[in-house]
Ligand binder design. Structure first.
Ligand SMILES: Cc1ncc(COP(=O)(O)O)c(C=O)c1O
Length: 389
């Protein structure tokens, strides 16, 4: 072989070498930090507050187990998620249910197990009435409000008026979570204040006594909690009762806990835009409208505008657009804050799953088998039995 035939050091190997493939590490210490941060704030701000981790944000067994060990209850939406809760011994008042598709069987189990539930429609409320009458007792429920008159989630405040007079179902909670609220904190605060206005009207006009106020999710990890929560806590004191305060953080708890590393396989320029194509893309880094992935390059000599994308043949497979970074082919990039709505929404598309790892005081260990052909919860060590109690 002549030297011209020899492989060049700069060529990127494409042999699927597992050791150089993408990897995501979940850090137990960061989960602990986030829970403690929230608990410290709540314990100072309000007498009776409860954290329900929004399970859909990440199902990975060590992650959820750690959050439960740190005292979090679980916010859930399906029998499958209930099976995860059961596997971890979480039950009763440590569970709050949301979701627009709760059928009669699911609602019966919720009622019989003494779990909290926020109804999402008049129809679900009527199912609870049916169950309460069949059981010959009053059933308690919260109401998820729709305050915008848009979208599919929640009950419009005027729709719930008649329900407040129903003797068999007692409205004891109010809930607001706007799925697409994104990162706009003013919007978030405004929605919760309007929810409290509705609750105060219920107290005044329908004699409702609230047992809880549920702020939903949407807590932001990158700002001071007080910036987001102080105005709500202040207004809570205007209620007649002193209800429990529920929060349902997902991204706040698990987002910062995961860090991915990925390799830049190709650099290309199209229409003046420079692209870095990596081996980790939207099959893991799901581009939800609220997702903003922080990309870091170890190389910091000459930053220039570059967009970072994954390896898939569809245009939504973009991790970051027009960032100022110094990136060359072969570099490894670090993607911060990617623990929320990634492993739980991950698909097998392209059959290039990242290796998932768990860092704790015991060191770094693999998490389950990131096998795209298997059901996620089963792959992570749960045995979801969605059929029975
Ligand atoms: C009802 C409900 N609560 C809480 C959350 C968690 O939201 P986040 O991850 O933004 O905190 C979600 C997620 O969409 C949700 O649907």
């Amino acid at each position: 072989m002549t030297s011209a035939d020899a492989p060049q050091a700069s060529l990127i190997e494409s042999d699927g070498d597992a050791a150089s493939g993408p990897e995501v590490v979940y850090d137990a210490a960061v989960l602990r930090r986030q829970v403690q941060r929230l608990r410290r704030y709540l314990d100072r701000a309000y007498p009776d507050s409860h954290v329900f981790y929004a399970l859909k944000a990440c199902y990975l067994a060590p992650v959820v187990r750690r959050l439960v060990d740190l005292g979090c209850g679980l916010e859930i939406m399906s029998s499958g998620e209930r099976a995860v809760a059961a596997a971890l011994g979480v039950e009763g008042e440590r569970i709050v249910w949301n979701g627009p598709a709760l059928d009669v069987t699911t609602l019966e189990r919720i009622v019989d197990r003494g779990e909290w539930v926020n109804v999402d429609s008049r129809s679900v409320f009527d199912r609870l009435v049916h169950i309460a009458r069949a059981r010959g007792r009053t059933v308690e429920a919260g109401v998820r409000l729709n305050l915008s008159g848009e979208g599919k989630l929640g009950v419009a405040p005027d729709e719930i008026g008649a329900c407040l007079d129903e003797p068999s179902v007692s409205i004891v909670g109010v809930h607001f979570h706007h799925g697409a609220a994104g990162h706009d904190v003013d919007d978030w605060v405004d929605g919760r204040l309007r929810m409290l206005d509705v609750a105060m009207r219920w107290e005044r006009e329908a004699g409702v006594t609230l047992r809880y106020v549920d702020l939903g999710g949407g807590l932001q990890a990158r700002i001071e909690l007080g910036e987001q929560l102080d105005p709500i806590i202040e207004r809570l004191w205007d209620l007649r009762s002193v209800p429990r305060l529920f929060v349902e953080p997902g991204a706040f708890l698990v987002g910062p806990a995961a860090t991915a590393t990925t390799r830049v396989v190709t650099i290309k320029t199209v229409g003046g835009r420079r692209w870095a194509i990596t081996d980790l893309g939207a099959s893991f880094l799901v581009p939800l409208d609220r997702a903003r992935f922080e990309v870091e390059s170890a190389r910091q000599n000459e930053p220039g505008s570059v967009s970072v994308a994954g390896p898939f043949c569809y245009e939504a497979d973009v991790i970051a657009r027009d960032r100022s970074l110094d990136i060359q082919e072969g570099d490894r990039l670090t993607i911060h804050d990617c623990g929320a709505y990634t492993a739980s929404m991950m698909s097998g598309f392209g059959a290039v799953p990242p290796r998932l790892r768990w860092r704790s005081v015991r060191g770094v260990e693999p998490i389950g088998a990131a096998d795209p052909a298997r059901h996620w919860m089963a792959a992570q060590g749960y045995e979801p039995d969605c059929s029975g109690p």
